[in-house]
Design a protein around this ligand. Sequence first.
Ligand code: MG
Length: 250
Amino acid sequence: MALTTARALALLLTACAGAPLAAQPAAQPPPIPVPASPTLSMPPPADAVVLFGGADLSNWARTDGAPATWRLAEGAMVAGGGDIMSQEKFQDVQLHLEWMEPDMPQASGQGRGNSGVMLQARYEVQVLDSYGIDEPGTGDCGALYGQYAALVNACRPPLEWQTYDMVFRAPRFNPDGTQAEPARLTVLQNGIVILNNVLVKGINCGPLDPDLKNPGPLVLQDHGCPVEYRNIWIVHLPESGSDAYEGHRQ
Ligand code: MG
């Protein structure tokens, strides 16, 4: 109490003397603790299409059509040998995948555990080791790259498995072919909402097919870092539900 009172008095005297008060640095909020994801190892729903279950790369090819050569390791696949795309294409979709960042203490920025999850081979959600940074930007992990930063840093440390659970709504088109509504995207990282129904501003990675009306595959980026992936599945979503009200069952 005495110290507090003395400090307050000193500040008052300083202020009264006309001297500027020293700027106090804004207190940094402590990092939000991110426990292990509640959807880690979540079994795929009955109507899911499993894109990678751990045993083989049969659902995948390089984006140039050549066989995928990512290394299999203990139920995961390790980035290396070029970007890969799923055989399965989709429009509206729920996606679950798990990934693990390598430990690259000598690397920094975009060189540190870079990969990416590209919806329809058009819209990249960044995968990067952004663990511990205070304010993730539009190039950091969880960003819709170059468009929207993650709302909070929900990263787990390198060598820990993490999850992305996404809901993607493809763009809508008028009968004359003009776009009626942009794509929308919601992303949970490790069970934490990091993108909240954002309006996608357009393609942000090299598309395999630039016609936004067409379904597209999932592409995983090989950016030269041994990022691992596992447990990848999607659920195709209908464009809308019924508008009829069934009423109560008796
Ligand atoms: Mg990337």
